[in-house]
Design a protein around this ligand. Structure first.
Ligand code: 5GP
Length: 210
C-alpha cells in the first residue's frame, strides 16, 4: 500500500519557512472522535472571518461529505502528484490514508492577512511547528478517555477494524498533547469554540489590531 510514496519526513524537510506572515495560522489537532469538526463548525459560526484549509485526502468520502468542502478527495496517484510538485505544506499517513495541506491557498491567505485554521494530526503539526513563525497550536481533549472511547464507538461510519485503529492512534495522539501551546477540553462544544476564539484573539499581534 502506497509503496511509491516517500515518508512525510522527506518532504517536510524541503519545505520553505513562512516567516511572520500577517495572517495567523491556527493548527488544531486532537484524537479521532474528540469532536474537532463539531467544535470547528461552531467556531466558524461565531467567527465567520476565520478561514479553513480544506485538506487533500486519499480516504474515500463518508456519506454526506462533499468534495472540496470536507476534503478534496484524490486517489493515490493524484496525491503523489501533489507531493511531487511540492504543492503540500505538510502531509502525513493517518489511519491508513494520506492527508495533506495544500500550500498555495494557506500561503495566499496568510499573506492577505487572513487567519486560517488547519485541522491536522500531530505529525503534520510537528512539521509545521518549526516552519511557520507565529503559528498557534491548539490540542482538543476529550473530558475523559472513557468518553472518547464511547464517542468513537458511537461513530456509525467506522468499521470495527477502523475503530480499533483509531482508538490506538487516539492514545498515541494524546501522548503528544504537551507539544501544543494550548489544550482545550471539549466538554461543551460552545464553550470549547469560545475558548479557541479567545486564544486566537489573545495571540493576535498588536500591529494587526492597530
Ligand atoms: P478524518 O478522516 O476523521 O476526517 O481525519 C482523520 C485525521 O486526519 C484527523 O486526525 C485529522 O486531523 C487528520 N487530518 C485531516 N487533514 C489533514 C491534513 O491535511 N494533514 C494532516 N497531517 N492530518 C490531517
Amino acid at each position: 500500500m502506497s509503496r511509491g510514496l516517500p515518508t512525510a519526513v522527506e518532504t517536510a524537510a524541503e519545505r520553505p519557512r513562512l516567516s511572520s506572515p500577517p495572517g495567523r495560522l491556527i493548527v488544531l489537532s486532537g484524537p479521532s472522535g474528540v469532536g474537532k469538526d463539531t467544535v470547528l463548525q461552531e467556531l466558524f459560526r461565531i467567527a465567520p472571518s476565520l478561514h479553513y484549509s480544506v485538506s487533500y485526502t486519499t480516504r474515500p468520502p463518508r456519506p454526506g461529505e462533499v468534495d472540496g468542502v470536507a476534503y478534496s478527495f484524490v486517489d493515490e496517484a493524484g496525491f503523489q502528484a501533489l507531493r511531487d510538485r511540492h504543492e503540500l505544506l505538510e502531509y502525513a499517513w493517518v489511519h491508513g490514508h494520506w492527508y495533506g495541506t495544500g500550500e498555495a491557498r494557506v500561503r495566499a491567505s496568510l499573506e492577505r492577512g487572513e487567519d486560517i485554521v488547519l485541522k491536522i494530526d500531530v505529525q503534520g503539526a510537528a512539521w509545521i511547528r518549526p516552519r511557520v513563525e507565529g503559528a498557534i497550536f491548539i490540542f482538543l481533549l476529550p473530558p475523559s478517555p472513557e468518553e472518547l472511547r464511547r464517542r468513537l464507538t458511537e461513530r456509525a461510519t467506522e468499521s470495527a477494524d477502523s475503530l480499533e485503529l483509531r482508538w490506538e492512534n487516539a492514545r498515541k495522539e494524546m501522548a503528544d498533547q504537551d507539544q501544543y501551546d494550548y489544550r482545550v477540553v471539549n466538554d461543551d462544544v460552545h464553550r470549547a469554540a469560545r475558548e479557541i476564539l479567545e486564544i486566537i484573539e489573545r495571540s493576535r499581534p498588536r500591529a494587526a489590531d492597530q
